[in-house]
Design a protein around this ligand. Sequence first.
Ligand code: FAD
Length: 282
Amino acid sequence: MKNNTPVSFEFFAAKTPEGREKLKVTCAELDKFSPEFYSVTYGAGGSTRDTTKDIVLDIKANGYESAPHLSVGGDTQSEVIDLVQSYKDAGITKLVALRGDLPSGIGGTKQLVHANELVALIREHSGDHFEINVAAYPEIHPEAESYSKDIFWLGEKFNAGADRAITQYFYNPEAYFRYIEHCAQAGIDKPIIPGIMPLTNYHNLVRFSDNCGADIPRWLRWQLKERSDNTEDLISYGTEVVTKLCEDLLAGGAPGLHFYTMNQWQISDTLCRNLGLPTEAG
Ligand code: FAD
């Protein structure tokens, strides 16, 4: 296994002052793994535009690399450009560029463009200033026309100027390796980093996975269901499963890991330690 695995950690845009304070602790705790960045999600349709920006700037002010997610789900192009310019002015150098999803209730008046168009817009506006991350789907995006078309559009995001992709979470490493193979056959040679979702809550996982098209293998669904009333047991079992997933991914050549922390540091910390990732303290 590679021991110099690059890692990054994702937060959602905490709305309360307590939530934001907690993020400071989370950053400080995870900093020992020298992450490439902490990314902060962007609510559907721009619903967390200011919160995302405030948190990203807070993280940066505390001396860490931060990468805002940015989507055009409900924003106009000039709103997007203004936001990109403000990140550039603030010294942010990494972005996660997404189409996003429209929140219910919005439709018709805003232009919904695809992520490749957003990447092109950012490059046109800011040249090479930003490292641009985009989303990839080893189990294929739920709205995709076909498996090959989804890979084709990932390729278009790279052709538009993206530098690397982060995947939707998955629990079947085979899905990732086959996807990487097909991407390579389609001429994609940029890093595709697995997104890792710790297993902490059965009901939330099932609901979220049904929405985003992530598969929970049948054996895993049953194992988690059996532990759904015992959080400690579920987390202990889930952490074992996710550690093995990460080990398999790294052994197979995955170029890094991106952890969906759900704003908690403990499980990501355990996973990184289980993987033997070096800490600053050695
Ligand atoms: P796209 O790349 O535009 O793809 C969407 C669909 O359209 C796919 O089916 C694709 O095959 C197809 N397609 C792509 N380009 C074209 C084109 N030019 N013409 C026709 N069809 C096309 N959502 C949020 O709201 N906020 C976040 O912060 C957020 N963070 C995320 C982080 C990661 C790492 C990932 C994997 C997802 C994240 N999402 C987030 C979810 C994401 O916004 C949704 O999955 C969304 O539905 C698709 O976004 P995309 O950037 O992949 O879109």
